[in-house]
Design a protein around this ligand. Structure first.
Ligand code: SF4
Length: 330
């Protein structure tokens, strides 16, 4: 296990990309839309409780920059810092498919006009998947790498209601199958741990549900309170208390132990580039500290991804047996 996943007790997204591209690729996060169905108030929906005014954008200043300027600025920074040679453009903030298909197409063309861009990935939600959007992904998949990250956040409707997501767990599952059946994009989901009602049982069940889905990757976040969000008001009214670090670590551990080895993880905890906006919990401020705390805990106890996973098909079975061989004491 330690050798098989770049020295980590879980299947990293870096390894997933290495297998796809044969080299390390870096994401350039960009912002090209500033809206979503929730913020628009469609069908009575409201802004998700955790979402700040930037729509979860990594770089707030990007919202006022042209796409080319964003790409070139962050390409230069990342290339210099990591000696990076290959990139994916990450259409991250808000809901990227909540716009005209012609605008999407134009953005994809801009992204792919750089020789060092290997493809793009875009964030969306289950209720913004028209046939023309899926057709467009297929068109671009013919000439490039296309990945989609869907904000699922939870498979429990009481937790989704708390977060005011405006969609159900069933809608997420249906949307993921719709994408998988109609396109060949690399598909992933985002999950948020730490909502009221979450328990060790719901976490294990979440891993079991994920194992059945046609996805290749997951991004984990802990629900944290940012300034000027509905969650901040709830926090100050005493209606929400963030999960503590040890409980979160235990939940990540259980999730990983029950997760199929074929699913890669983007990250194990929330990360924001605007920590001055963080209200609570304090422990989540230190991104690498939290990550290392989880890794140290997993290593100290000998825990790793798929340890308690029951393989459902031959591919899973083969992967798990490879991991078990590699995880023998060395
Ligand atoms: S998290 Fe996404 S869907 Fe929810 S309000 Fe923010 S941008 Fe909209």
């Amino acid at each position: 296990m330690e050798k098989g996943w770049l020295g980590l007790p879980y299947h990293t997204i870096s390894e997933h990309y290495n297998q796809l591209f044969g080299e390390k690729v870096y994401k350039i996060p960009v912002s090209v839309v500033d809206d979503c169905p929730n913020r628009r108030g469609l069908k009575g929906m409201q802004t998700c409780v955790f979402c700040d005014v930037w729509g979860s954008a990594a770089n707030a200043e990007s919202l006022s920059m042209e796409l080319r300027a964003q790409i070139e600025k962050y390409h230069e920074l990342i290339a210099k810092k990591y000696k990076a040679k290959a990139f994916l453009i990450y259409f991250q903030a808000y809901t990227n498919t909540f716009t005209k298909v012609s605008a999407l197409k134009n953005n994809f063309d801009v992204a792919l006009s750089y020789p060092w861009v290997k493809g793009f990935t875009l964030g969306t939600r289950p209720d913004c998947l028209s046939k023309s959007v899926l057709d467009l992904w297929n068109e671009y998949h013919e000439k490039s790498f296309v990945a989609v990250e869907m904000g699922v956040q939870s498979f429990y409707n009481d937790q989704l209601d708390f977060m005011r997501r405006g969609h159900t767990a069933e809608a997420s599952i249906e949307a993921l199958h719709k994408i998988a059946e109609n396109t060949k994009v690399d598909l992933g989901i985002h999950l948020i741990f730490g909502s009221p009602g979450e328990s060790e049982e719901t976490i294990v069940r979440t891993a079991e549900i994920v194992n059945t889905l046609p996805i290749s990757n997951v991004k984990l976040h802990n629900l944290h309170v940012l300034k000027n969000t509905p969650l901040e008001e709830m926090y100050h009214r005493g209606e929400f208390q963030p999960i503590d670090r040890d409980t979160y670590t235990k939940h990540v551990q259980l999730f990983l132990q029950h997760l199929s080895p074929r699913i890669a993880l983007h990250r194990l905890a929330a990360y924001s580039s605007r920590w001055d906006e963080l209200v609570a919990p304090e422990w989540t401020k230190n991104k690498m500290g939290t990550h290392q705390h989880i890794i140290d805990h997993l290593r100290a106890q000998g825990f790793y991804q798929s340890q308690l996973f029951s393989p459902m098909n031959a591919q899973d079975q083969e992967l798990q047996s490879q991991i078990l061989k590699k995880s023998r004491p060395i």
